[in-house]
Write a protein that binds this ligand. Sequence first.
Ligand code: ADP
Ligand code: MG
Length: 482
Amino acid sequence: MSDDSGMAIEHAEEQWSRVRTHLQTEFGDATFNSWLKPLRVVGQKDNSVVLSVPTRFMRDWVKSHYVDRIRDLWTREVPNLRGIELTIPATKRPALNGANPSYNSEGPAKASARSATSSRPPAPPRQRATAKYDHHEPPEDIGAPLDRRYTFDNFVVGNSNELAHAAARRVAENTSVQFNPLFLYGGVGLGKTHLMHAIAWHIREQHPGRSVVYLSAEKFMYQFVRALRYKDTMSFKQQFRSVDVLMIDDVQFISGKESTQEEFFHTFNALVDFNRQVVISADRSPSDLEGIEERIRSRLGWGMVADLQPTDYELRLGILQSKCEILDRVSVPGRVLEFLAHRITSNVRELEGGLNRVVAYSTLVGRPVTLEMAQDVLQDLLRANDRRVTIEDIQRRVADYFNLRLSDMLAKRRSLSVVRPRQVAMYLAKQLTSRSLPEIGRKFGGRDHTTVMHAVRRIEELRQADSNIADDVDLLRRMLEG
Ligand code: ADP
Ligand code: MG
């Protein structure tokens, strides 16, 4: 690669910058920043382009998800393009955006000394002795207790959580930092906390020498405020900065609390500087976190951003089956599980809750679980679920129906083949959910509420004028409500 003339690379870089612009529009900022922005042109030969990717994990993911699209776009630049090669830099420490973290480290001297050790390229995971870390086991109470049930073994993987799960496993299994931070986000009850605990359990078992701290953002805040009160912020800082893996759950709770944000940000930067792994969760993506300073938001999105999407039927059924194995004292007929998976679609917590209630009832009254019993016991839960259709459901359903990708719903593409389905989806979102126009706009790749309003009107008109559209809309509505 390096023996190519600078001239060729220069061209390739210009081409790449145009291709990148397209990719960003098409896939949206979160995906772009995680996967595509870190790619660098390192060579061009015989009509092939060589791009470097920071880690093997990213290479595999880019290869299976984005490389075809990159090739298509690049073919517009170089019509006889042969292909795109992805390579991983040989010795460089994996760092996203090609940047080695280079913040001013304000940490204590001890920490700086360690930072020097860890800036060496990491040894392969298995040979890397955990004893290498000079440990200050963080005091018990800075973290929160872990739920014994939340392990990788008990986590059922499906399409909607595949990426988040893969990334969490990566973090758990490697002692070298993979991507920093790992940012997990998704609606309530979809498994964020479960995955974070699973990371912690795995590390505790496999690398007992590493210190892992898991806590909620609220607890982080509480401790910080307490430290302020007792004028003990120094040891507060030190505590956190001496951990190998720090996990903070539900960071949306930090929004608006300026001094805590500030401290959180410093702690976060310090850990990243010292090459420690940070894992963050929130109920929305970094760019959607309101009330959090822009520089913090953008910094949070620098590593890997993985979302947990609403579950599909197969995953829900899988989860119920796996929970039944754990329960094992009571047998629940397959029909009942299928019924629950069909009807409780809101989130996994409610799904589990439903199963538990049915099982508890059956044990209590000493009768076997039946479909009728489940319907009876869960009336309120079922009714609440019936009313709920989410914008994500609508986007996915509409994309499937028109043979588009989900990302087309959010992207800025303006061709009619994408615009019309997108308008249908916005129309359905307005009809079937209680979301406001601005909220709907935001969910569609950050569009303005006037765009949504226009879409709703347009589809109303078309339904009158074009029976095909009217049929499509009615069918979709029935599928979503059914
Ligand atoms: P969140 O933190 O995203 O609100 P949790 O991690 O607390 O959600 O998950 C809610 C419940 O659902 C937990 O009991 C968890 O074990 C369960 N759960 C969520 N996703 C899965 C999954 N894929 N497999 C098994 N259990 C799951
Ligand atoms: Mg949680």
